[in-house]
Write a new protein. Structure first.
Ligand code: FES
Length: 186
């Protein structure tokens, strides 16, 4: 199945941290609308992203189509469970030549159901879920937007950068379930 999107919010989230910080995108001068951060000014977003660690999480060559890879971000604490995907379609915030490499925190935004188990990812729908607790599914091609179920918030998306063949996590959009600040586990 192949899905294409030209949603302007998708284009906004394709900016890398470098673009945010160093003015590499025309959108830096304007207002960036992103899921979970509605209306946040670009400068504020740059400041937010700059707080995060830069962590190598994989290799583009090694990443298989529709085979999620587990990693932890932004730390190793409980609920930092995350998944890296090479999707079969262009995705919002996607990196790589096909703009299909994306990553998300794997805790359902409703009540924290874990979505990184076998069978949680649907390659047919390019979605994570349905969550075993209350059946929420999230569209991975559209910034983790809720497709259906009890959750109302999109899945937190991990911002990615590609450097050569190396994939780096550089920030997050959206709040990890159970935290009041993504960078504070206390
Ligand atoms: S915890 Fe996932 S839908 Fe309720």
């Amino acid at each position: 199945m192949s899905k294409q999107t030209n949603d302007t919010s998708v284009q906004s989230a394709c900016m890398t941290r470098r673009a945010f910080l160093f003015g590499g995108s025309a959108a830096v001068a304007g207002t960036v609308l992103l899921p979970g951060l509605p209306g946040l000014e670009s400068k504020a977003l740059a400041a937010e992203v700059a707080r995060y660690p830069r962590k190598r999480i994989g290799s583009l060559k090694a990443l298989q189509l529709n085979q999620p890879v587990k990693f932890n971000y932004p730390d190793e604490a409980q609920n930092s469970n995350s998944l890296l995907f090479r999707l079969g379609a262009v995705a919002g915030g996607g990196i790589g030549p096909d703009q299909n490499v994306v990553a998300f925190n794997a805790l359902c935004t409703h009540m924290g159901g874990l979505l990184d188990g076998a069978g949680s990812f649907s390659a047919a729908d390019q979605a994570l879920g349905p969550c075993l607790l209350h059946q929420t599914s999230f569209d991975l091609t559209r910034h983790g937007m809720v497709i259906g179920g009890h959750a109302t918030e999109s899945l937190p998306q991990v911002l990615l950068e590609l450097e050569g063949d190396d994939i780096y996590a550089v920030g997050m959009l959206g709040l990890i379930y159970g935290r009041y600040d993504n960078l504070n586990t206390g």
